[in-house]
Write a protein that binds this ligand. Structure first.
Ligand SMILES: [Zn+2]
Length: 470
C-alpha cells in the first residue's frame, strides 16, 4: 500500500493598487502593455522602490498562518530567461523570507507552512497560431508564495487546505483570490511512499491547475499514475508535469530545476529590511476574526451544525450576509438552510457571488417569513426567489402580481380534493388497503390542480377525512 505525500505552493496576487516595485497600476484586463514603466520593463538604470502596502499585507498573512515573522528580510534575484520576464531575473526572497514556520489547522490536522515570501509576477504570453505576443502589464505585480511542508496525504485534503487558505486570505482582505483571473494559483509536489514509511520518495511537480477541483483531480490522477509505475518496479522521474484538463491527465513538461540552477543572489538595488515589533503588534490589533474562530462562534452562538457553519463561513461575504439576516429574523438554522440551499443554487446557476446580487438580507428574510406564516409553500417560495433575483421586486409584490399565495381556504380545497378522489378511485382503494404512497399521489394531484399553490399539509388532512367518509 502506498500513500501520497503532497506539498503545495500557492501564489496569490496581493490586492494593491500599484505594482511591487514601481508606481504602475495593477489593474486587470487593461489594454496590453499600458501599465508599464522603465522599472517593470527592466530598462537599464531604473531602480526598484518597494510598495509599503506589501509588507502590511504579508505581515497579516504571516500572523493568520501562525508564522514567525523574520526581523530582517531581504530580496534576492532569481535568474532565468523567459520572454515575459524582461529583466531576466525575478525579484523574490531566498534565505531570508518575510516569514516561516506556521500552520493551518484543518479539523484535527495541522498542515505546516514552511515559508511565506514576497515576489513579483512575470508578464503574460499570448500564443497565436504563428507567433506569440507578450503583455507586460502583469510584470512586477506583487505575489505572496505560500509553501507547505509535505504534510498532506490525500488529494481531498489538498483541496480542503486550499479552500481554508483562500478563506483566510479573503477574510484578511489581502487578495480577491479570483482563480479565473489567475490571482490564486497552485502548484503541487507529490511523491509516494509505502504506508508507514517516513522517508520521502521521488516527487513530481504538477502545474497548470485552474480550480480546486482541478487540483484534486490532478493529484488523484498523479497518485494513480505513480502507483502504477512503482508496482511495475519502474522509477519515478523528478520532473514537472502539466495537468491537461480536457484529457484529465498529467503530461511530462520538463525535468525539474534545482534551486542552484537559478543562481540566487541578494538584489543589490534593494536594502535589507527590518520589521519592527511595533508594526507586528499593530497588525495583530486589526486582525479580523478568522474563519476557524468564526466557525466555532457560529456553532456555539447560533447552534449551527459543523457542516452548515463550514459552508457559510468559507465565504466572508456569505457569512456577513447570514449575520445581517439575523438582524431581521432570529432563526439561524432556517436562514442557513436557505442560504446553503436555494440561494446558493441560484448563485451557482448565475455564476454570481452573494455580494453581486441585489437581494437584500431583509428581503430574503421577508420571503422566509411568508413561508413561515403559510402564505406560500416551500415550492412556491423557490420560484418567488428566482423572480426576486430576476426583477429586484420583493416577495410580497411578486406573490400579488403572479397570484401565488397559497390556497389554505378549506372549502375550495375540499372541492378540488373531491374531484381528485372521484377520478382516481384506484388510488383511493390502494390507500384504503394500506398503501401510504397512494395518498401522496392524491396529494400530488391536488397540488397539480392548484398549480402548486395549495398547502400540502391541509390537503393531506382533507383527503384523509374525505376518504374516511366514503
Ligand atoms: Zn512599472
Amino acid at each position: 500500500m502506498f500513500e501520497p505525500v503532497i506539498g503545495l505552493e500557492v501564489h496569490v496576487q496581493l490586492d494593491t493598487k500599484t505594482k511591487a516595485f514601481c508606481g504602475c497600476a495593477t489593474q486587470f484586463g487593461a489594454a496590453a502593455n499600458i501599465n508599464t514603466c522603465p522599472v517593470c520593463l527592466g530598462l537599464p538604470g531604473s531602480l526598484p522602490v518597494l510598495n509599503k502596502k506589501i509588507f502590511e499585507y504579508a505581515i497579516k498573512v504571516a500572523l493568520a498562518l501562525n508564522c514567525t515573522i523574520n526581523e530582517n528580510t531581504k530580496f534576492d534575484r532569481k535568474n532565468y530567461f523567459y520572454p515575459d520576464l524582461p529583466k531576466n531575473y525575478q525579484i523574490s526572497q531566498y534565505d531570508l523570507p518575510i516569514s516561516e514556520n506556521g500552520f493551518i489547522a484543518i479539523k484535527e490536522n495541522k498542515i505546516r507552512i514552511k515559508r511565506v515570501h514576497i515576489e513579483e509576477d512575470a508578464g503574460k504570453l499570448i500564443h497565436e497560431k504563428e507567433y506569440s505576443l507578450v503583455d507586460f502589464n502583469r510584470t512586477g505585480t506583487p505575489l505572496l508564495e505560500i509553501v507547505t511542508e509535505p504534510d498532506i496525504t490525500s488529494a481531498l485534503d489538498a483541496q480542503e487546505y486550499l479552500k481554508e487558505l483562500k478563506s483566510i486570505l479573503e477574510y484578511l482582505g489581502v487578495s480577491t483570490c479570483d482563480m479565473e483571473k489567475g490571482f490564486l494559483r497552485c502548484d503541487a509536489n507529490i511523491s509516494l511512499r509505502p504506508k508507514g514509511d517516513t522517508a520521502l520518495g521521488v516527487k513530481t511537480e504538477v502545474k497548470n491547475m485552474n480550480s480546486f477541483k482541478a487540483v484534486r483531480q490532478a493529484l488523484e490522477y498523479e497518485t494513480e499514475r505513480q502507483v502504477a509505475v512503482l508496482k511495475d518496479n519502474g522509477k519515478i522521474i523528478q520532473e514537472t508535469r502539466l495537468w491537461d484538463e480536457k484529457k484529465q491527465c498529467t503530461i511530462s513538461m520538463r525535468s525539474k530545476e534545482e534551486a542552484q540552477d537559478y543562481r540566487y543572489f541578494p538584489d543589490p538595488d534593494l536594502p535589507l529590511f527590518t520589521i519592527s515589533k511595533e508594526s507586528i503588534e499593530s497588525a495583530k490589533k486589526v486582525l479580523p476574526q478568522l474563519p476557524i474562530e468564526k466557525r466555532k462562534r457560529f456553532i456555539s452562538e447560533f447552534n449551527l451544525s459543523e457542516y452548515d457553519a463550514g459552508i457559510i463561513v468559507s465565504s466572508l461575504r456569505m457569512s456577513n450576509y447570514f449575520e445581517e439576516c439575523l438582524n431581521f429574523l432570529q432563526e439561524p438554522k432556517k436562514i442557513a438552510n436557505w442560504l446553503i440551499g436555494s440561494v446558493s443554487e441560484e448563485l451557482n446557476k448565475r455564476c454570481l457571488d452573494i455580494a453581486q446580487i441585489k437581494l437584500k438580507p431583509e428581503d430574503l428574510v421577508g420571503l422566509i417569513k411568508l413561508v413561515e406564516s403559510n402564505t406560500i409553500n416551500n415550492l412556491t417560495a423557490k420560484q418567488v426567489l428566482t423572480f426576486m433575483l430576476d426583477t429586484d421586486k420583493t416577495a410580497q409584490e411578486i406573490i400579488k402580481e403572479k397570484n401565488l399565495a397559497q390556497i389554505s381556504d378549506e372549502e375550495s380545497l375540499k372541492r378540488i380534493a373531491q374531484e381528485v378522489i372521484d377520478s382516481n378511485q384506484k388510488s383511493v382503494d390502494d390507500f384504503k388497503s394500506g398503501k401510504e404512497n397512494a395518498l401522496m399521489f392524491l396529494v400530488g394531484q391536488v397540488m397539480r390542480a392548484t398549480k402548486g399553490k395549495a398547502n400540502p399539509k391541509i390537503v393531506r388532512t382533507i383527503l384523509e377525512n374525505l376518504i374516511k367518509e366514503t
